[in-house]
Design a protein around this ligand. Structure first.
Ligand code: NAD
Length: 486
């Protein structure tokens, strides 16, 4: 592939020249070619970015100007929308995301920015007369400098679902993308930063392949909030590192979404839907269906239909409109998933192979369906993050709920049944931040998402997303009693 893009840092309103800095290369999972280079930001870039964000928070009018913030967010939405085709293409080539899915992600990011532009103008406190003449104002204020650390698998929407509310709330920010999506991040950032009304230092960003800069963001006493999306392992490290400065955290971590299928479903319609729910981003989405729990009476029929639906999915280049499963993020991930499937070959209903007739440097792997029942198995307990579904059986509603809740994760789940009472009962019993009924992977700017237990805490999207970046202040004053009229 012949694209060559350069990543960079945006600090205090300037693109930082990268000459002389160590660079890391970004490899496309589509065919294994190097598509660009990125300067390593590290601790020095993080320090400069934090200082710029802190200056902007303390010295500009940003925190006090909700209409300006709304205007900036709307201008950012328009800027991204104007460059949506180039952005989608780069997103698809750099991360292996199917081009159609990349287009949807950019459209979702535009929608999210517009949503938070609206909310920026609706931040309101309260005022109470506690006793005659004694008043309490409760104001909603921005929390300060927010660090936003994001993963590679959806680098537009996962950035904007933290950035949108942070800016709307009046925070200033430092962003740190994942190395695998640094080129896209830089191109996206050019759209977000290219706004005349944006005060210098309100938005800052740096890239790195290591973790020195990210660690500094978490430990710095000048960062007030960390909004982190990524793996549970790194989330744990961040929580421990943030303890020294008692930092406010929002952790959006891994998932292991169960899809519970009851016996009253139409298997022929549900099977392809479940296959698509599991194979979204080649299974590399935190909410992707990864366990299918199915009632005994239709287990055999569903296993057969699901294996057929998966086998029929077309594995191909992410820039080919006909593809239904793109490459994984890199060869290392593909080989890790392939090994795991090999280790459980005796439980394989369908075993995905390394796809032929595709670029040999690409990270392609066909879909697998395993039938592991042992609840302690890593297939059930760990996030695989690849094109693998596991099918398990249950005989009662209680057993279905118990099995669904049998992992440490609690991010998302789905319930498939025509019985509305049962759908509601089961969805209330599942310990996860989201439950879809007869559908999966439906995400909206207006609807909060987040986790339980190992999937993290805090909520993004929706009004709760804004609250992650706001603090309430109590201002007391004794104004005196209102004079009596007679
Ligand atoms: P990751 O945890 O490896 O990396 C996430 C980010 O953290 C990257 O920017 C990385 O450079 C940075 N990082 C790594 N070590 C750090 C440290 N010590 N201090 C500070 N920052 C550090 O995750 P990934 O592989 O990029 O993404 C995949 C993971 O993200 C999966 O587990 C997936 O489930 C999860 N995810 C969760 C959600 C959600 O909404 N809950 C959404 C998307 C992805």
């Amino acid at each position: 592939m012949t694209i060559s893009v350069v990543g960079a840092h945006w600090i205090a309103g300037e693109w930082i020249p990268s000459a002389g800095a160590t660079r890391f290369e970004v490899v496309s999972p589509v065919d294994g070619t190097v598509i660009g280079g990125v300067p390593e930001g590290g601790a020095a870039a993080a320090e400069a970015a934090i200082a710029a964000a802190q200056r902007a928070f303390l010295q500009s009018q940003w925190a006090h100007a909700p209409r300006l913030r709304a205007d900036v967010l709307l201008a950012q939405a328009a800027s991204v929308e104007a460059r949506k085709d180039d952005l989608s293409r780069l997103l698809s080539i750099e991360t292996g995301k199917l081009i159609g899915v990349a287009r949807m992600e950019i459209a979702a990011a535009v929608s999210e920015l517009r949503y938070y532009a609206g909310l920026a103008r609706a931040i309101a406190g309260r005022m109470l007369e506690i006793e005659p003449g004694v008043y309490s104002h409760l104001t909603r204020e921005p929390a300060g400098v927010a660090a936003i650390i994001t993963p590679w698998n959806a680098p537009a929407i996962l950035l904007v679902r933290s950035l949108g509310p942070a800016l709307a709330a009046g925070c200033t920010v430092v962003m740190k993308p994942a190395p695998q999506s640094s080129l896209f991040h830089t191109a996206f950032l050019r759209c977000l930063a290219d706004i005349d009304a944006l005060p210098v230092g309100v938005m800052n960003s740096f890239c790195e392949a290591g973790s020195a800069g990210g660690e500094l963001l978490v430990e710095s006493p000048d960062v007030d909030v960390v909004s982190f999306t990524g793996s549970t392992a790194v989330g744990r490290r961040i929580m421990a590192a943030a303890a020294g400065t008692l930092k406010r955290l929002n952790l959006e971590l891994g998932g292991k979404a169960p899809a519970i299928v009851f016996e009253d479903c139409d298997i022929t319609t549900v099977a392809p839907q479940l296959a698509a729910a599991g194979m979204i981003l080649a299974g590399q989405q935190c909410t992707a269906a990864s366990r299918v729990l199915v009632h005994d009476s239709c287990y055999d029929a569903l296993a057969k239909a699901l294996a057929a639906a998966l086998a029929a999915m077309r594995v191909g280049r992410s820039d080919d409109e006909r593809s239904e499963i793109g490459p994984l993020i890199d060869i290392r991930s593909r080989d890790r998933v392939r090994r795991l499937v090999e280790m459980h070959a005796d439980a394989a209903v369908l075993k995905g192979a390394v796809a032929r007739n595709l670029p040999s440097g690409g990270a392609y792997l066909g879909p697998s369906l395993l039938a592991v029942e042992d609840l302690t198995s890593p297939v059930i307990q760990e996030e695989i993050f690849g094109p693998v579904l596991n099918i398990e059986r249950f005989s009662t509603e209680a057993e279905a709920v118990k099995k669904a809740n049998a992992t440490r994760y609690g991010l998302a789940a789905s319930v498939w049944t025509r019985d509305l009472d049962r759908a509601f009962r089961v969805s209330r019993s599942i310990r996860s931040g989201t439950v879809w009924l007869n559908d999966h992977n439906k995400l909206f700017p207006e609807a909060e998402t987040g986790g339980h237990r190992d999937s993290g805490f805090g909520r993004l999207h929706g009004i709760d997303g804004l609250n992650e970046f706001l603090v309430t202040k109590h201002i007391y004053h004794r104004f005196g009693r209102v004079r009596e009229l007679s």
